[in-house]
Design a binder for this molecule. Structure first.
Ligand SMILES: [Zn+2]
Length: 341
């Protein structure tokens, strides 16, 4: 049977008692904050709900995300009884996801081996706690070893298509070597690719997985898998994955970052499934200012409230927390003001 996507019907089918206020407008007890007052209004004409007590609001997808503690795709499945397109896509590309999981395990294992000591020292020099390293599955790529490790399970063609190997004159090399490794994970906890940073100041400082069958950097946000479960209000939008990791390490689990490009419309759309409120926290320089203007324009267009965090004398949020501490960053969040471009 076809499920109804009408919001009011879905409230009723979930046992929520509605009182009619006027045509197309209803009141009910909020199913999320569980207050015994009718603090929520549901509009059948707008197909939106809002609680005046806890502030939760949204459309039918947000309703099921909140009610069932699931992500966007999970909510679509509950609402429609069908898998969102993503699961078909996942099935067809399963080998690439699995390959990345195996690569991530290899990088992680290498970090905690004798040959990974340099990598471990690097992460520690940035002040990262063990818990943070585990949470992000941080790793290390030595001079070689990944290809040897994966070639028994995967063919060379799919390894290179997935950006893990590059070939030159009939020889195959690891794409990432002598770098610390950050797995790039999507909101459903699939590993899409990797970022690698050198341990010193050599160039290029960062390399990331390029376009692959499963990774289009314009379509994903780093850290969304973690930020979507935050209890904090809104997301902190920052420039890169190192910022997100630094923020998490400092006690802020609600940051997201684009992946080596300017923020895109698709990323803002993705973010909007989870929050309506963004704190911009970009680097304290000319490039950061431009990135912030771009982010402002995109968020503003999609009706997202934007505040701006002042990093004082620090160049990025990671440095801010190292320099002034987490409490000071908390204060900057509270003090942040609405940004108008
Ligand atoms: Zn509520």
């Amino acid at each position: 049977m076809q499920k109804s996507l009408e919001l009011v019907r879905n409230f009723i089918s979930n046992g929520i008692l509605l009182t009619k206020v006027s045509d197309g407008l209803y009141r009910c007890n909020c199913p999320f904050c569980k207050e015994e007052i009718t603090s929520m209004i549901v509009s059948s004409s707008l197909q939106e709900y809002k609680c005046f007590s806890c502030g939760k609001n949204g459309n039918i997808t947000n309703f099921y995300m909140e009610l069932n503690h699931t992500d966007f795709f999970g909510a679509v499945k509950i609402a429609t009884g069908k898998d969102a397109d993503s699961s078909q896509f996942y099935k067809e590309n399963e080998v690439y996801y699995r390959m990345n999981t195996d690569a991530a395990k290899y990088f992680y294992k290498t970090l905690h081996s004798i040959s990974g000591q340099k990598g471990l020292e690097y992460w520690r020099s940035r002040g990262l706690k063990e818990e943070t390293m585990i949470k992000y599955g941080l790793g290390y790529a030595g001079a070689f070893g990944l290809y040897d490790n994966l070639k028994k399970d995967y063919n060379i063609k799919s390894l290179s298509k997935n950006g893990l190997i590059r070939s030159k004159s009939g020889k195959h090399y690891d794409f990432f070597y002598n770098r610390v490794i950050v797995p790039i994970i999507d909101e459903n906890n699939n590993i899409l690719g990797f970022g690698g940073r050198v341990l010193d100041d050599s160039k290029p400082k960062y390399i990331n997985t390029g376009a692959t069958p499963i990774f289009d950097k314009r379509m994903h946000l780093f850290n969304l898998n973690i930020a979507k479960n935050t209890h904090r209000d809104g997301f902190i939008l920052c420039e890169g994955y190192m910022d997100c990791i630094g923020l998490y390490n400092g006690g802020f689990d609600n940051s997201v970052a684009s992946l080596g490009t300017a923020l895109t419309e698709e990323q803002v759309h993705l973010l909007k499934h989870y929050t309506n409120h963004v704190y911009l926290c970009y680097d304290n320089d000319e490039a950061g200012k431009n990135a912030m203007d771009n982010a402002y324009n995109l968020c503003h267009k999609q009706g997202i409230y934007i505040k701006c965090i002042d990093l004082l004398e620090a160049k990025d949020p990671d440095e801010f927390i190292q320099k002034y501490g987490s409490d000071a960053f908390e204060k900057q969040i509270i003090k942040s003001s609405y940004y108008n471009g």
